[in-house]
Design a protein around this ligand. Structure first.
Ligand code: ASP
Ligand code: MG
Length: 408
């Protein structure tokens, strides 16, 4: 007997028929003698609908009230899922985040889980119930409803698996695993049987949407055995997120390519090159809670320096006005500009540790297509470049081919 957490995303609970199919899968696992915790998202499109509704009344909705509204999608699906299970003759009980006691901080709309009370769930599991838990939501110390950020049901699933010491956390979605890149962009993309936790973390942080990044961080921290599977198929092993690198000579150097259209580039030109400049530019940006991703600084022959960094597209204007109002005059920068017509492409693979020449192969491949690289950043297992957004698809396709990631 194993304890398994099964998380189902929005397309897996999109309508009564999908929920019935989910319930039949849970029934099969139950019949094998396993204990099952089900975590569900809202029906697909529902969270977006609720956000739009809130914005009709207040363009920048109050965060506490927004969480009150957008947490309701999951309250509907836990009830429906429990009904579908009961209808199949299975003992089932639904739980909101507050009923489990998924305790979070009070950072509304992006709260972090601080503790999970596993007492009630354990008692019900031992009494033979399937526990159906609302994803995405928690409760703060004062009883306020919080949410965990878009895609946060993945994190609920993994966090529950960690708290309950589950044998496996299965993430059911509308794709049958993690692919070498998005198959909608590159039809030759191949499903990976397994991928290391570190690679998954890089792919998620570089724009792959398969798993919410916080869920991957959680899985890493608590060593949760995680598998991504399709809820549209009866069979299939999906993709296992592993903690060991396979000792496999055939293992390709690059495991996957991620991309991201959400960033914008900000350039501060002609800054006097002296200590404290980076801090004077980025300090006010950080204080305004704007996340910075890539950073480049280059000193020219004339003793001034150019400073470039990327932020989320939605925050470009905010960052530009902070720099123009508070920083430019102060540091004596010649010019400040923003560009949101960029895209980031990243190749990821633990094989980079033991192979040389990967960066030059990447740069040559892009050069052969006449694609200009605007920024570069690297980690031990990743190389990311910023290019003009109109070359994004081409870049991903030629890199996918150059690193031989297609279906064999
Ligand atoms: N329903 C939430 C969202 O759409 C959480 C989730 O689906 O994971 O972001
Ligand atoms: Mg999701």
């Amino acid at each position: 007997m194993a304890l398994i957490v099964q998380k189902y995303g929005g397309t897996s609970v999109a309508n009564p028929e999908r929920i019935r199919s989910l319930a039949r899968r849970v029934a099969r696992y139950k019949a094998m003698g396993h204990q099952i915790v089900v975590v569900v998202s809202a029906m697909s499109g529902e969270t977006n609908r609720l956000i739009a509704l809130a914005k009709e009344l207040m363009p920048e909705p109050d965060p506490r009230e927004l969480d009150m509204i957008i947490s309701t999608g999951e309250q509907v699906t836990i009830g429906l899922t429990a009904l579908a299970l009961i209808e199949l003759g299975i003992k089932a009980k639904s739980y909101t985040g507050a009923q489990v006691k998924i305790l979070t901080d009070n950072a509304f709309t992006k709260a972090r889980i601080s503790n999970i009370d596993q007492h009630n769930l354990k008692a019900d599991l031992d009494a033979g119930y399937v526990c159906v838990v609302a994803g995405f939501q928690g409760v703060d110390e004062n009883g306020n409803i919080t949410t965990l950020g878009r895609g946060g049901s993945d994190t609920t699933g993994v966090a529950l698996a960690a708290a309950l010491n589950a044998d496996e956390c299965q993430i059911y979605t509308d794709v049958d695993g993690v692919y070498t890149t998005d198959p909608r962009m590159v039809p030759e993309a191949r499903r990976l049987k397994s991928i290391t936790f570190e690679e998954m973390l890089e792919l998620a942080s570089q724009g792959s949407k398969v798993l919410q990044i916080r869920s991957v961080e959680f899985a890493g921290k608590y060593k949760v055995k995680l598998r991504v599977l399709s809820s549209f198929e009866e069979e299939g092993d999906g993709t296992l997120i592993t903690f060991e690198e396979e000792d496999n000579m055939e293992q390709p150097v690059i495991s996957g390519i991620a991309f991201n259209r959400d960033e914008a580039k900000i350039t501060v030109l002609g800054v006097p090159d002296k200590p404290g400049i980076a801090y004077q530019i980025l300090g006010p940006i950080a204080e305004a809670n704007v996340d910075v991703d890539m950073i480049i600084q280059n000193t020219g022959a004339d003793g001034t320096t150019d400073f470039t960094f990327t932020v989320h597209k939605n925050e470009m204007n905010k960052a530009l006005s902070i720099l123009r109002d508070k920083v430019q005059g102060h540091i004596g920068a010649r010019e400040i500009s923003g560009d949101d017509k960029i895209a980031k492409v990243s190749i990821v693979g633990v094989g980079m540790r033991s192979h040389v020449g990967i960066a030059s192969q990447m740069f040559r491949t892009l050069a052969e297509e006449g694609i200009n690289i605007q920024m570069i950043s690297t980690s031990e297992i990743k190389i990311a470049v910023v290019v003009d957004e109109k070359y994004l698809e081409l870049a991903v396709r030629v890199l996918h081919k150059a690193f031989e990631l297609e279906e064999a």
